[in-house]
Design a protein around this ligand. Structure first.
Ligand SMILES: Cc1cc2nc3c(=O)[nH]c(=O)nc-3n(C[C@H](O)[C@H](O)[C@H](O)COP(=O)(O)O)c2cc1C
Length: 196
């Protein structure tokens, strides 16, 4: 791992990614731009995302650019957390599965464990981009999951301008995730948090 040295007053972005389309661009779309904007970044992946990114060689590259281990498995009780405390969490892309579990408080993997605690902390901003299709949005519990997360203060990135919904397998190929909107929302979230 190389990565740039961290200064004590540096903002820390906890980046969480899940097994959803576009996650393969996590490094170039989100992590490297965040580092360029002055964030220290610690990446945590769901087990599915870790498998996918490891297969692409991206886990090693993420560790190299962040200078921190990529987390996906829980630490041993005797171990310290390998990441510095986050100033803000970003969940992108968030699968429908992870959104639903988070709304229900299910913390059965490392990524959800960190996010459930972050949401409960209240003073720690959490920004989330649900990477869903029209069928996910029609799942009967979906709107209630989003309302729960909104009421808990989660900053949701989405809507027809940012992420129009298509039926499964009908989206135009190669569309980019709204990485810039996600990072811009994180900047706004920390700025709002600092003034409130
Ligand atoms: C190739 C592929 C692409 C997928 N893309 C999405 C997606 O964009 N959004 C989504 O909600 N689920 C998607 N899924 C399904 C999730 O990977 C699946 O629900 C998984 O259990 C999510 O686990 P996680 O939330 O722990 O990462 C995809 C699955 C595969 C195999």
């Amino acid at each position: 791992m190389q990565g740039s040295a961290m200064t004590s007053d540096q903002r820390v972005l906890g980046v969480v990614a899940t097994g959803a389309g576009g996650v393969e661009k996590l490094r170039t779309g989100l992590v490297e731009p965040a580092i360029a904007q002055g964030w220290q970044v610690g990446v945590t992946l769901t087990p599915t995302a870790a498998t996918w990114l490891d297969d692409l060689g991206e886990v090693a590259l993420l560790e190299k650019v962040t200078g921190l281990p990529v987390r996906s498995a829980p630490r041993l009780p005797r171990e310290q957390s390998p990441h510095p405390p986050a100033s803000c969490y970003v969940v992108a892309p968030a699968s429908a599965n992870t959104v639903a579990k988070l709304a229900l408080g299910i913390a059965d993997n490392q990524a959800l464990t960190q996010l459930c605690e972050a949401i409960g902390t209240r003073s720690l901003p959490v920004v989330m981009f649900p990477r869903i299709n029209a069928a996910h949005a029609r799942q009967p519990a979906w709107e209630s999951h989003l309302s729960t997360l909104r009421e808990a203060g989660v900053w949701l990135v989405g809507g027809p301008d940012v992420w129009p919904l298509y039926e499964p397998r009908e989206a135009p190929p190669g569309r980019e995730l709204p990485w810039a909107a996600v990072l811009e929302t994180a900047e706004r979230a920390v700025a709002t948090d600092a003034t409130s």
